[in-house]
Ligand binder design. Structure first.
Ligand SMILES: [Zn+2]
Length: 438
């Protein structure tokens, strides 16, 4: 970015936020990227505590899930799939997909896996899918609450009720429709839209799929116009139908599983907060509003100065967003699709998924009352220390920072045994080098 302004010959530019490309074959680079992302997520969650009104969300990440207020630090060694993981037990979680960068990540990963499984099952049995996007036409100044209730919700209800849609659904053998609401904000104000993943038992002809998209759009658009909002226009971005087959033929996505992963991820993680920048580059995702409002923008000058500006407008928009999204479900239709496919239904709630604690070995118990003040503000650093230096790295980190901690119950090791081990190691090394004292 080169949004530069000049003062006294000095030019300023926006500092790059995160590394652009990560070499996935380099474990150090991968760990660096993981640390950066976690640091940012935790920092955003902390900063948002002064924005949200919802107590459960502002309490997320604080101690309190154990009656004594203790927090247990856990460690899982690297596996074939992931590097080592530091986890915490005893923290409160909120499970709010709209508002919490930490919980929404966990919940959306879980949802994406469910959708991917359903989609792959359907297509393996000869089925098919399309991803249909329905947008609203927005003007600056229309409150998000209105666009959601009179736009997205009224429009989607009409799609469900439409006779034309129902008849087409029946004729084409629709197994289910998973619908997700995505919200961005741009120069024309709030821009909520719906992604609908339509899954079929067989493979309907292309023309029939387009007809279904058109029928859905007609019902959607008419209902929104009836509510007094500007009617969406199909040709100018109101309707977009992404075909599994086209994508595969074009070579943009090599396989069904890649498309399934793309569709699942697209309507879960990215739909919620949009980790990735909006394709048109003009709209901000919720994640970007969070960054701009809470972390701010870091500027660097040509002569080595730095400054941070925060965007108060973004904070105001987020406050509006919190109230407006309260009554809206971000995702619907997954359970129905699982049922139609005869898959065992997943009944875990978002709160349960977010509250599921990391496994692994208990490494240290942080005494009650110390997590929130001494550890939580720098918890990302503790997690990184664990993943780089293992269980002893976690204990050293706590000791160095003066955090009162104890060994987990049943642990045979103490600092004494660690010291003995170290002394024995030293003696062995010295003996091997011929420096032994005897
Ligand atoms: Zn949370």
């Amino acid at each position: 970015m080169h949004l530069a302004s000049a003062d006294a010959g000095r030019t300023w530019h926006v500092a790059p936020r995160a590394r652009v490309q990560v070499d996935r074959t380099d474990p150090v680079a991968v760990q660096d990227a993981r640390d950066d992302h976690r640091t940012e997520r935790y920092a955003i969650r902390r900063g948002l505590r002064r924005v949200w009104r919802n107590d459960r969300v502002t309490g997320c990440g604080r101690a309190g899930a154990r009656p004594d207020g203790e927090v247990v630090v856990r460690y899982s060694p690297a596996t074939a799939a992931t590097g080592p993981v530091t986890g915490f037990s005893g923290l409160l979680t909120c499970g709010n997909v709209w508002l919490c960068p930490e919980c929404s990540g966990k919940v959306s990963a879980h949802r994406a896996a469910r959708i991917e499984r359903a989609l792959t099952t359907a297509v393996d049995r000869g089925g098919w899918a399309v991803l249909i996007t329905l947008t609203t036409r927005h003007r600056l100044g229309i409150p998000l609450g209105v666009l959601l209730s009179d736009g997205v919700q009224a429009g989607w209800r009409a799609v469900g009720k439409s006779r034309a849609v129902r008849e087409t659904r029946k004729r084409l053998g629709v197994l289910g429709i998973v619908r997700a609401v995505e919200i961005t904000h741009g120069p024309n104000g709030w821009h909520p839209h719906v992604h609908a993943l339509v899954v079929f038992a067989g493979r309907p002809p292309r023309s029939a799929l387009d007809a279904l998209g058109a029928a859905m759009f007609r019902a959607w658009s008419a209902a929104i116009a009836r509510e007094g909002l500007p009617a969406p226009i199909a040709d100018s971005g109101g309707l977009d139908v992404s075909h599994l087959g086209t994508r595969m033929r074009e070579g943009t996505l090599a396989s069904l599983s890649a498309w399934a992963a793309y569709a699942a991820k697209g309507i879960t993680g990215e739909a919620i907060m949009g980790a990735v920048k909006d394709a048109k580059g003009r709209n901000r995702s919720i994640r970007e509003l969070m960054r701009d409002g809470v972390l701010g923008t870091r500027w660097e000058s040509s002569d080595g100065r730095a400054a941070v500006t925060t965007d108060d407008t973004a904070v105001e928009l987020l406050r509006e967003y919190e109230i407006a999204t309260k009554a809206v479900k971000q995702l619907t239709g997954v359970t129905e699709l699982e049922r139609a496919l005869g898959l065992d239904e997943d009944t875990a709630t978002d709160e349960e998924i977010a509250a599921a604690e990391a496994g692994g070995e208990d490494v240290a118990v942080i005494a009650g009352g110390y997590w929130d003040t001494l550890v939580e503000p720098v918890a990302a650093d503790l997690a990184a220390a664990g993943e780089r230096f293992g269980p002893d790295g976690i204990r050293r980190w706590l000791t160095r920072r003066g955090v009162p901690w104890t060994w987990p119950t049943g642990s045979a090791r103490t600092w004494e045994t660690i010291r003995e081990d170290r002394d024995q190691d030293t003696a062995r090394i010295l003996a091997a080098a011929g420096v032994g004292s005897s």
